[in-house]
Design a binder for this molecule. Structure first.
Ligand SMILES: Cc1ncc(COP(=O)(O)O)c(C=O)c1O
Length: 431
């Protein structure tokens, strides 16, 4: 834009900043009311230095002249060109994640599952083979079995407890090995460095859904992964009021395929939601530390209850993947699962109604503790789940731990009564 034109738009010293074109002219150049309604008055930001980042809502981003607009593609993934490709608010969240994950770049997605889908789709095509951990988050299994197969991709699942199983299933066409550690609900830990070595030796990428651990408790990129996703919906945002996911890439070479697909699919997140996640992020460390401590304590205490067969928590010394967890992870979070005796399993769902504090619901990682009965068997194919089909998943929130424990005692008392009543009915029938 020329200096004259800039003046007509109220810029006293020319269009050296895109901000100027939005400002209301002063003095002789004053515009009529309707124009003033549309333009943004200039206010000083001098001395305004808040701790948090502002909420920058934008679809349109203004360019300083037509040449800059024509060259907008040259701004690359770091520049601002259109609201879909980022605002200072979303970039701040991306930068925080990139630093914590130790990656080259991070993209945001409207949910954790959207992040998972966007992490795998750019790297797979017809005729390719993908290996997915058998304990993967069920919608990811569904995406693989429905959409990836429909696109002509060979989908195979592997045993989370065996890097040898990964090695045995690798093919020349294997492009990606997808992990989640711990596994959904049953909490198996994979040996990520061993799997990454196997995959990389055959030229395949490795991706990890790191939602349970968060970037504070596990660094998949430092343990060999190329791609890490987080459902920020859970612990990172931490208040059960926003959905968001992230994809962090280890190498700059992986940035373009992901950004291009995000653009083609028109996927973006709102600055308001990113701002909520940023706010939650600030307290992630203390929330996680608390939930970890209380969850470990409860996991140990629950384990000695006569109606409980197993507590599935990687920080327990007796848990099968404990040694790998101890070697690779920096801590644990507040989610773990419980299996019950055969006599009790069928009554678990009904006994949950005795809970007054634990809310019954999916998702986890918020301030409120949650309990959810989860079904497992139909979500395994490379391995066989031999335990009872219904498992209780607990997410420990921020309530007073004595109150929470009293709530669990109510549940166990109710469960015990149901088991005794059923046993009595059985003995009368057989008596
Ligand atoms: C391990 C894991 N990954 C991803 C997701 C998906 O997150 P969202 O609910 O934001 O799609 C979940 C949700 O439960 C999850 O447990």
């Amino acid at each position: 834009m020329t200096a004259d034109k800039a003046k007509a738009y109220g810029s006293p010293s020319g269009m050296d900043s895109p901000e100027r074109s939005r400002q209301i002219p002063k003095g002789d150049d004053a515009m009529n009311d309707l124009t003033q309604c549309v333009l943004t008055p200039e206010v000083s930001a001098e001395g305004f230095d808040p701790l948090g980042v502002g909420v920058h809502r934008a679809s349109t981003i203004v360019f300083k002249d037509a040449a800059a607009y024509a060259a907008r593609g040259d701004r690359g993934h770091q520049g601002y060109s259109y609201g879909l490709y980022g605002t200072p608010t979303t970039r701040t969240l991306e930068a925080k994640l990139t630093a914590l994950e130790g990656g080259a770049w991070t993209f945001l997605a409207p949910s954790g599952q959207a992040a998972n889908a966007l992490a795998v789709l750019p790297f797979l095509g017809a005729g390719d083979h993908v290996l997915i951990v058998d304990t993967v988050y069920p919608p990811m299994r569904d995406l693989a079995e429905t959409d990836l197969r429909r696109l002509g991709i060979d989908v195979e699942f592997f045993d989370p407890g065996s890097a040898d199983d990964v090695a045995a299933r690798m093919r020349d066409t294997t492009k990606l090995v997808w992990c989640e550690s711990p596994g959904s609900t049953t909490m198996e830990i994979v040996d990520l460095p061993a799997i990454a070595d196997i995959a990389h030796a055959r030229g395949a990428l490795v991706g990890v859904d790191n939602t349970w651990a968060t970037p504070l408790n596990f660094k998949p990129l430092a343990h060999g992964a190329d791609i890490v996703t987080e459902a920020l919906t859970k612990f990172v945002s931490g208040h059960s009021d926003v959905l968001m996911g992230s994809i962090t890439l280890r190498d700059a070479a992986l940035i373009h395929p992901v950004r291009a697909l995000i653009g083609r699919m028109g996927i973006g997140v709102s600055a308001d939601d990113a701002s909520l996640v940023l706010r939650g992020f600030e307290t992630l460390g203390v929330r996680l530390r608390h939930s970890d401590r209380v969850a470990r304590d409860f996991a140990r205490r629950i384990g000695s209850h006569p109606l409980v067969t197993h507590v599935l928590h990687p920080a327990l010394e007796t848990f099968p993947g404990h040694d790998i967890w101890k070697r690779d992870f920096l801590g644990s979070s507040g989610v773990f699962s419980v299996t019950f005796t055969e006599a009790a399993s069928g009554h678990v769902a009904a006994a949950l109604d005795a809970l007054r504090l634990f809310a019954i619901g999916a998702s986890w990682g918020g301030t409120r503790s949650l309990a959810a009965p989860m079904s497992i068997r139909s979500f395994r194919s490379a391995t066989t789940w031999t335990g009872p089909d219904v498992i209780l998943r607990l997410s420990i929130g921020l309530e007073d731990e004595a109150d929470l424990w009293a709530d669990l005692e109510r549940f166990f008392a109710d469960l015990g009564e149901r088991v005794s009543a059923a046993a009595q009915r059985g003995s009368v029938r057989h008596g």
